[in-house]
Design a protein around this ligand. Structure first.
Ligand code: HEC
Length: 202
């Protein structure tokens, strides 16, 4: 029995925008795009980290696909064509996470590489750190809240499902791919990003 709340990924309103010389005016300089939702997750590789555990890793693959992790963490999934050579290895397109109408230069995060690559992915993360990121939106050392990821919707994922997701993430091919650094509010992003979310009128 799956225990998670449906996330709002399918309902998100997305505007794609690129940094221009004059800065960004969300109502002017935007292009409407269709959000991709569910992106195939690559199959676990026997002989990688979860060799005796292939069933668990396969279940993790199923969950990762269902929960739409690749919709953000796969390059080209937010805008353009998903790059399956880099499945789950992070996105060169970021997500602005504050009010697009209030901030000319919004804060932007780039969905990171969650393949087991040591340098650019989550190869050095412990199981607990991975679980805390998914269920509580905590950074690796608990120092910050992860922005833009719908971790609230993942908060009630059961322990056995978290074990499966983690076994799966450890079992896929590591891909070396670094995403752009996050952009603080008021700073100008040099890599493209999307606006994403639901904003209430006053
Ligand atoms: C709506 C986009 C989105 C979806 C869907 C999403 N994530 Fe994320 N995720 C992000 C962003 C953006 C960050 C980094 C945010 C930050 O650093 O503030 C992140 C961070 C993470 C991290 C921490 C890694 C690191 O290097 O900081 C892990 C692990 C992670 N996500 C796993 C998952 C898993 C597993 C799923 C599916 C169950 C998922 N994410 C779904 C956008 C998403």
């Amino acid at each position: 029995m799956l225990r998670f709340r449906p996330t709002s990924i399918g309902l998100l309103f997305v505007l794609a925008s690129c940094a221009t010389d004059t800065g960004i005016g969300p109502l002017v300089d935007y292009e409407e795009v269709n959000a991709s939702t569910i992106i195939d997750a690559p199959s676990p590789t026997p002989g990688q980290s979860a060799p005796g555990n292939l069933y668990v890793a396969e279940r993790g693959e199923y969950l990762v696909e269902l929960l739409g992790c690749g919709a953000c963490h796969t390059d080209g999934a937010l805008v353009g064509e998903p790059n399956f050579e880099r499945s789950l290895a992070g996105s060169q397109v970021g997500i602005a996470w504050n009010n697009p109408l209030g901030d000319r230069y919004p804060a932007v995060v780039y969905p990171p590489n969650i393949t087991p690559d040591i340098e650019t992915g989550i190869g050095k993360w412990s199981d607990q750190q991975i679980a805390n990121a998914i269920r509580a939106g905590l950074g690796r050392h608990g120092e910050r809240r992860i922005a833009a990821m719908p971790w609230q919707g993942y908060a009630t994922i059961s322990d056995s499902d978290i074990v499966a997701i983690t076994a799966y993430l450890r079992s896929i091919e590591p891909v070396a791919h670094r995403v752009p650094d996050e952009v603080a509010p008021g700073q100008r992003a040099t890599a493209p990003f999307v606006y994403f979310g639901v904003y209430r009128s006053r």
